[in-house]
Design a protein around this ligand. Sequence first.
Ligand code: ADP
Length: 464
Amino acid sequence: MKFSFKLLLCTMIVMAMALGFSGFYFVNYVFETSLEREVGQALDESSILSFAFETAALNVPAKYSILPDSTVEEIASNLERGGRSTSRLLRISGEEKNVLYASDGFETDNGLLKQTDESTKSYRVIEIGDKYYIHTSVAVNTLDRILYLETMRDVSEVFEEREMGFSLYRKVTIVMLIIGTLIMHFIASLLTKPIRILTRATKRMAAGDYSYRAEQVSKDELGQLTTDFNNMANALEENIEKLEEEIEAREDFVAAFAHELKTPLTAIIGYADMLRSHKLDEEKSFMSANYIYTEGKRLEAMSFRLLDIIVTKRNEAELQNVPVESVFHYLQEMFATDEEMKFTFQYEQDIVRAEANLIKTVLVNLIDNACKASEAGSVVEVNGHVQEDGYRFEVKDYGVGIPPEEQRKITKAFYMVDKSRARSKNGAGLGLALCAEILSLHHSELEIESEPGKGTCISFVLQK
Ligand code: ADP
């Protein structure tokens, strides 16, 4: 069953119960009040009649010591008419509760009469045919006689009014329920709109449309749920994008790896085949063997690099306090023997949080790349300076530079801007990929600034 329908049904049940109970209570209250008023009037009338009867009895000639039955009848008949066009219903009974006078239509048992004695005044509500009466009974003291006066007051109207009230209320309740259902249907569909929107969004997402977002139509808990859902969808989309990128990167990696293997292997196989199938002179066989050796070396270097990347990816860096000075000393010593390039090392003293060997590897790679990109005799600057959010290392060269569209790609494994140039310098496009992995362990990344033909500055920041 739909949630909006459940909401509608529950509201209707509550509304029907509320209207039903309040209607019943209200109509009944009016009825009780009217009946009470009628009872009061009936009792008052009964008292007045008994007083009138006693007064009339006092006027009976003194020759009677006991009020004769004929006089009782006479007084009763006068009281019955009471000067009005419509006659009252009354009944007079003697001491033995024997009927002495009864109006036409006074047709009821003498149950109430039996309960009445000289000092009590009683009443009851009775139903005769389709009419309702208030039946009163009271004792009347006259000339040494105790008589009983009973009256019947027609209160059918009060009961009819109650029936009319109930019937009117039933109609009002039905009309209210119909109007209420229409209004509630509208409200329920308005209230459940965010749920419908969310359902549509989940279906779209399940069908693979990860960019679909639920429209926020309210600011209540359901609105909050929509926001949370959209946030979840954002996170999910980001993760899926990352996963897709990772899969793509892996496929690229495998393709590039296969390609990088193919070139040296083709050469190795070709030269090895030549050596085994032809009798070559000494110079040619040395050249062939040398080719096999250098390509084999390149393959070996490549496999070591790959291994480094894989190991780095799987491990955590053990960050320690490393004095910057020790890093620069290491680099200065390492490149001191390189006479082809001019190195400058400038740094501010400080301590960084790093795994020393890994950071040295990064800097050696960057300096190596700077050398490879530069003409012999050019300057490579290695600088270190303190900045607000950490310590910046930078390697600057005045070499070939990197075109802007390539700058984003050079940290990918096996990516080389100029393949033949890179290969001729023993590159395989793995150095920067390794640097990026190492820096990600240090929560840092490579920042590349470069202008083709002018030079490149690659830097990164470490926490202090
Ligand atoms: P390689 O082993 O080829 O040096 P890297 O991953 O270290 O591999 O570098 C990837 C590519 O980025 C290089 O082949 C080169 O084309 C380019 N590159 C890296 N550093 C520089 C630089 N300082 N100047 C110009 N090009 C560079």
